[in-house]
Design a protein around this ligand. Structure first.
Ligand code: GAL
Length: 679
């Protein structure tokens, strides 16, 4: 799959990927708006200030079920009518939510079985939100009831720009183990495996005598005496993601039917919600939307932000997407909620846009005075319109308005990284050779190096085409199906360059080890066999030749075609290969058998880039993000400067959209951003 934009290949672009059909002109700017927390006279001020900031879309009604349906079947739409009319009068669109993430108290009272049950049998009670059993018939029926009522009432309302179904499916509760969920799990298993004999074989139930004779004996993987069958747990994780997807689909279908032509979405959390397989969800929404919050205290958290944006664009099939939520400054749910420094919010926003977002939205418009989130930042903070945050919000609105022509343009990526929720789940189940195996850690390490090398990453689902990418990186893909392995093998045979990190290719989709030595499904392409995996003790480090160190993991690697590039100097596999390189067909496959930190991994990735024919971007300063988007008529360059000094970037042949030029160079202020049109 792939496409060509202005003469350049856009390899990640999926032909069936949804475009951004948001019912708003230009770049979208706005946030969650919770006017029900305020008297109506405040709404007038809100709307006036929204206009001043250039807000053109607000998400409303996300948690309003109890207000909209105070008693079963009894609706109170008056306040929402007045609100939507007010927004419409101000030319602001509504991203109208179905409020099904926050069921009303009466539903819990009438149907206690809507409460979810955790794996220990603990019933989770009303008092927060997102606390429901997705398989409970009473929840499903009530959710469709309020969705239908909203669709019927507002389908024709001129403020309605799009539908926001639910909120962040899968978080904070992504699973339920109640009897109703158990029955739904069994139905799901019948569809996946067909008959019980196949299930028994897929789950390897001859182990520990788990063999089932009747479907009714099959249960969710509740807490047991010791670790529960990993194949059963893996299937349950798949089921939980699918069961929530079913809830989404049901609401979406009602909206499509009663409100035709209005796009429907739900907000993802691509890098932060482990319980949802967004590869399976992305094609179900009309436009992909994502929420991202910085880990305030993390070093270089802007790299994690870039990764989230790239992953979001990738699940969107390369099409533009919406940043549905981020924060203007601090959040309120981390141990220490560090405020954003001047310029940081704009850099964050522009990075999302550089990587494909056509919308920049926040949680939330006006800071709440009560409830759990009153210390969360907002577009309009408690300190009001005198605050720096407010001024930055207004400036950002102006900035985005100047980027209107960018809407719909596509990001031009350089390399691919494989990403897989199923493999993430499987790798981190219990009783792996080391509890320190960490999927996000390995993806993050490779991503950070590619970011430092100024290379833009597309994430790719295992098993899908890799044509057009000179380099493909596979961080710890523990679960590798034969089909995914075949794609990687053919990619290298055909001339591609592949980099694979340790403990990849180990099991199939049922968590069953591929026959023969590790790395199982990837043995042929990598030209190595692993005689034994050698997890390291906590804190233990091994020395590699060249002076670099590694930790967590080592392997006894035998060369069956590959050459050794880096060797272990000490540790349990002293003298053996640590990093190998295999010429295979017309391409080259690298294998990294240990956990190298980024300083050690950098030179390896550099050499792989040379193999792949990727020119190092030595012209670009460190800690400066440079990303390209291409539209039908023009190409755009985004420069985000993360340094505390100004940087110059070659800007010959470009026209400034935002930023400062300086002769043939673009001068980007300390912590500043610039966007240019390439002429
Ligand atoms: C999001 C959520 C919002 C708000 C926000 C605070 O995950 O969707 O409703 O709670 O976090 O950071």
């Amino acid at each position: 799959m792939g496409s060509v934009v202005r003469g350049r290949a856009v390899p990640g672009l999926r032909a069936d990927a949804p475009p951004t059909p948001v019912g708003i002109d230009g770049m979208v700017f706005g946030g969650d708006y919770n006017p029900e927390q305020w008297p109506e006279h405040v709404w007038l001020e809100d709307v006036e200030l929204m206009r001043r900031a250039g807000v053109n879309l607000v998400s409303v009604g996300i948690h309003s079920w109890a207000l909209l349906e105070p008693r079963p079947g009894e609706h109170d739409f008056g306040w929402l009518d007045r609100l939507l009319d007010l927004l419409n009068g101000a030319g602001i669109g509504a991203n109208l939510a179905t409020p099904t993430v926050a069921p009303p108290a009466w539903l819990y009272r009438a149907h206690p079985d809507v409460r979810p049950v955790d794996h220990n049998g603990v019933v989770l009670e009303l008092g927060s939100r997102a606390t429901f059993c997705p398989s409970a018939p009473a929840y499903r029926a009530a959710a469709l009831g309020i969705t239908t009522a909203l669709a019927e009432r507002y389908a024709e309302h001129p403020a309605l720009a799009m539908w926001h179904v639910h909120n962040e499916y899968g978080a904070p509760v992504g699973s339920c183990y109640c009897p109703e969920s158990a029955a739904a799990f069994r139905r799901w298993l019948r569809r996946r495996h067909g008959d019980l004999a196949t299930l028994n074989s897929a789950w390897g139930t001859t182990f520990w005598g788990q063999r089932y004779g009747e479907w009714e004996e099959v249960e969710p993987p509740r807490t047991s005496g010791t670790t529960v069958n990993p194949a059963q747990r893996l299937d349950f994780l798949r089921f939980c993601s699918d069961e929530l997807l079913d809830c989404f689909r049901a609401e979406r279908d009602v909206l499509h039917e009663r409100s035709p032509g209005v796009p429907v979405t739900t907000n993802f959390m691509t890098t932060n919600c482990k319980s949802i397989d967004y590869w399976r969800w992305a094609s179900e929404v009309d436009v992909v939307a994502n929420d991202h919050y910085l880990t305030a205290e993390a070093d270089r958290n802007h790299v994690d932000l870039a990764m989230s944006a790239d992953l979001t664009r990738s699940v969107a099939g390369g099409r533009p997407w919406m940043l549905m939520e981020h924060s203007t400054s601090a959040v309120n749910w981390q141990p220490r909620n560090v405020a954003k420094r001047p310029g940081e919010m704009v850099r964050n926003s522009v990075t999302h846009v550089a990587r494909g977002a056509d919308a920049v939205m926040f949680f939330q418009w006006r800071a709440s005075r009560f409830g759990a989130e009153k210390f969360h930042s907002a577009m309009l903070p408690h300190s009001g319109t005198r605050s720096r945050v407010w001024h930055d919000v207004v400036r950002l609105g102006g900035h985005l308005a100047g980027l209107e022509e960018l809407r719909g343009s596509l990001v031009l990526a350089d390399v691919a990284v494989l990403w897989d929720w199923e493999s993430w789940w499987a790798l981190e189940l219990d009783w792996r050779p080391s509890s320190e195996l960490d999927y996000r850690d390995r993806v993050g390490a490779f991503y950070e190096l590619l970011w430092d090398a100024h290379l833009t990453v597309d994430f790719v689902r295992p098993g899908t085409g890799l044509d057009g990418y000179p380099l493909v990186v596979v961080p710890s893909l523990y679960l590798t199906t034969p089909a995914a392995a075949a794609v990687l093998t053919e990619y290298v045979r055909g001339g591609g360059t592949l980099v694979v990190s340790y403990f990849s290719g180990i099991v199939d989709a049922n968590d069953t080890v591929h026959p023969g030595p590790f790395p199982g499904a990837l043995r042929e392409v990598l030209g190595v066999e692993v005689e034994e995996v050698l997890p390291l003790r906590a804190g233990e480090r091994v020395l590699l030749d060249g002076g670099a160190h590694a930790d967590t993991w080592a392997e006894e690697v035998l060369l069956t075609g590959a050459e050794s590039v880096v060797r272990y100097v000490d540790g349990p596999s002293a003298g053996g290969p640590a990093v190998t390189r295999h010429r295979f067909g017309a391409g080259i496959a690298w294998y990294v058998s240990t956990r190298m930190d980024t300083a050690a991994l950098g030179p390896v990735l550099h050499d792989a880039c040379v193999d792949a024919g990727i020119d190092p971007r030595v012209d670009l300063p460190a800690d400066v993000e440079v990303v390209r988007r291409a539209g039908a008529d023009a190409e755009y360059l985004f420069v985000v400067n993360h340094n505390d000094h100004a940087v110059r970037v070659d800007a010959r042949g470009t026209e400034l959209l935002s930023g400062r030029t300086c002769g043939p160079d673009l001068l980007v202020a300390p912590g500043g951003v610039a966007v240019v049109r390439v002429t």
